[in-house]
Design a protein. Structure first.
Length: 592
């Protein structure tokens, strides 16, 4: 039996699709239809709704609107009888490129850094925090087998999961089988590259065939897909070994999932933040060599900042999202969470390519040259974001990072001022609008099947109250903002953003967006690549961070500057002490 609430959602969905004026119009029409006991729209209903929406149409126009509305209502009923699989995306896609922005289409040799001669330590677990680049050398030179690495990381993940709660599903059997295969191939001289035999973890909105993909929600904890996500296939092709589905916040929102809260290894008293919580926490804790996360509005950068790891949010359209839960078709991105910037380049080399499934993915080559000269970069600075840092230790570390970059040859920082446009077009309200509509569309069938009860991660039905013309106007405003952002940043190759992060959970009163939030939101809306990297530690022992943002499809410059900084600063080499409980305010909480 269809409930009134079910009918309400159906008609809201229809009228949002028909674009009938303000958000009150669907409710008024629904109420009138309920009062009349009819499944059709009448002229009186439309007239009342239009009056509330502030629209003045002639009787002829209103009559035509009624006829069209009833036709569309019937069409919409029929559309909703068709089951659309979760992996089917829109036939339209967002592009981060605006007219006049140059795109580098040349493919160049992929050059990794030269690593020093490495010796296997007596205790293999000492390598748990090594960069992928160094682990790869141990595997390539056969000083360590993939099986040994896999067993070591699985053991650590099981040991620390009671403390950190960052693994949903352990994949021992599949992982060890893949490791055995990798060892046989390497022994036979068929070495595939720097990811061959390297264990990793997938955020649990990424499907792995035959294993639960829970989306972090209790109602989906038994959900199993019969296909792998493209990123899983591509990493398997590169020889990487998937050993765990790591936690994600419920339906990709925050760090709370049906198993509890995922914790920050530097201070298990607090969460790891952001929906790629498990990828960041497990990487920071040395439980996987790297993780794959996803970002809609900060879910790679934010947990990477909290957990003191290096997270790359690629350009929109770099990596296929096939096989992943959708939050927003025009915002979602997949990217690597690692300990070292060059590791991100290694992972991107494997996954940044078309798969024939996600039409948003470009055929532009992903280039990396470890010898890239950062002295040639024009480095911008969003001074407002650095001025907004209030924590003394975060401010001190931010200034020290700028001084270090100057010592590396960044001769001067070029001021970058963000476009002065209304936040409804450029800030988090614009992100919210896109997410509301697109997320509601993705979860529509799940709502109708009664699977969205007791969702804690937000209102997944609010998109029904957003009109189709309103959504399109918001996207047009987004395009206008992107053109202005491209102009504002045209004089630099990359730009730096400061952060007030010290690992402390802050609860501030709602208010206007800060300039820092405004700048982060614009880069996100525009689909720009960005990388988070630790730049020191606060007095409470938690990592602090900064973010480097680049132009579309220019990840190399972003990664190169991050790598140069890390090679000199070395903060990525420090590891949290997991043999103790939550750190005190004075404990550094670090070793090595």
């Amino acid at each position: 039996m269809r409930t009134p609430d079910h009918a309400r959602r159906r008609f809201m969905g229809f009228f949002a699709g028909a674009g009938l004026g303000a958000t009150l119009a669907p409710g008024i029409l629904w109420a009138r239809m309920q009062d009349a006991g009819t499944q059709h729209v009448t002229l009186n209903m439309v007239t009342a709704a239009l009056e509330l929406a502030g629209l003045d149409l002639s009787e002829a126009e209103r009559t035509a609107l009624v006829e069209g509305a009833n036709r569309n209502l019937e069409d919409f009923r029929q559309i909703r009888e068709v089951s659309i699989p979760a992996e089917v995306s829109l036939p339209l896609y967002f592009s981060p490129v605006v007219p006049g922005v140059p795109i580098d289409r040349a493919e160049r040799p992929f050059r990794l850094s030269t690593v020093p001669t490495l010796q296997r330590p007596a205790n293999l677990e000492d390598t748990a925090f090594w960069p992928v680049r160094h682990l790869a050398e141990l595997v390539r030179t056969r000083q360590v087998s993939s099986r040994e690495l896999t067993e070591m990381y699985l053991a650590r993940a099981r040991r620390y999961n009671p403390l950190l709660n960052n693994v949903v599903t352990f994949m021992d059997e599949d992982g060890l089988a893949d490791a055995k295969r990798a060892d046989a191939e390497i022994e036979a001289g068929r070495y595939r590259g720097a990811l061959h035999g390297i264990p990793w973890g997938a955020k649990d909105i990424i499907s792995a065939k035959g294993h639960p993909t829970t989306w972090g929600a209790a109602q989906f904890r038994d959900q199993v897909f019969d296909h792998d996500a493209s990123v899983v296939e591509l990493l398997r092709d590169a020889g990487a070994v998937l050993i765990a589905k790591v936690s994600t916040g419920e339906l990709a929102g925050g760090d709370q999932w049906f198993g509890g809260q995922t914790k920050n290894p530097w201070n298990p008293a607090v969460g790891s933040d952001g929906s790629s919580a498990g990828s960041a926490s497990a990487t920071a804790a040395g439980c996987i060599a790297f993780g794959i996360g996803t970002e809609t509005s900060g879910s790679i950068l934010s947990p990477s900042a909290r957990c003191g790891v290096t997270g790359l949010r690629p350009t929109f359209g770099r990596v296929s999202r096939f096989g992943c839960m959708t939050v927003s078709w025009t915002l979602d991105r997949l990217g690597p969470i690692c300990r070292y910037a060059e590791d991100a380049a290694i992972v991107m080399r494997a996954i940044a390519k078309p798969d024939g499934r996600d039409i948003s993915v470009t055929e532009l080559p992903f280039n990396w040259d470890a010898q890239f000269d950062i002295k040639t970069l024009r480095v911008g600075i969003v001074q407002a974001s650095f001025d907004a840092i209030t924590n003394p230790s975060a401010k001190r570390n931010a200034q020290a990072a700028l001084d270090l970059l100057r010592s590396l040859g960044v001769e001067r920082f070029i001021p970058v001022a963000m476009p002065n446009l209304p936040s409804v077009l450029t800030g988090y309200p614009a992100i919210t609008a896109a997410v509301s509509v697109e997320r509601t569309a993705f979860f529509d069938e799940y709502y109708r099947a009664g699977r969205m009860k007791d969702v804690h991660g937000g209102n997944f039905a609010d998109g029904w109250l957003f009109s189709a013309p309103g959504y399109l106007q918001q996207q047009r405003g987004r395009m206008m903002m992107m053109a202005e952002l491209a102009k504002a940043t045209s004089g630099v190759d990359v730009y730096l953003m400061g952060s007030n992060n010290t690992g402390v959970v802050e609860h501030s009163a709602p208010g206007p967006e800060t300039e820092t939030q405004h700048a982060f939101a614009m880069a996100n809306l525009a689909g720009y690549p960005a990388i988070n990297l630790p730049n020191g530690f606060a007095d409470n022992g938690s990592p602090t961070n900064m973010v480097i943002v680049g132009h579309p499809y220019r990840e190399m410059e972003v990664i190169a500057l991050a790598k140069a900084y890390q090679d000199r600063a070395g903060f990525h080499k420090r590891a949290p002490r997991l043999d103790v409980r939550p750190i005190t305010t004075r404990s550094r909480g670090i070793v090595g």
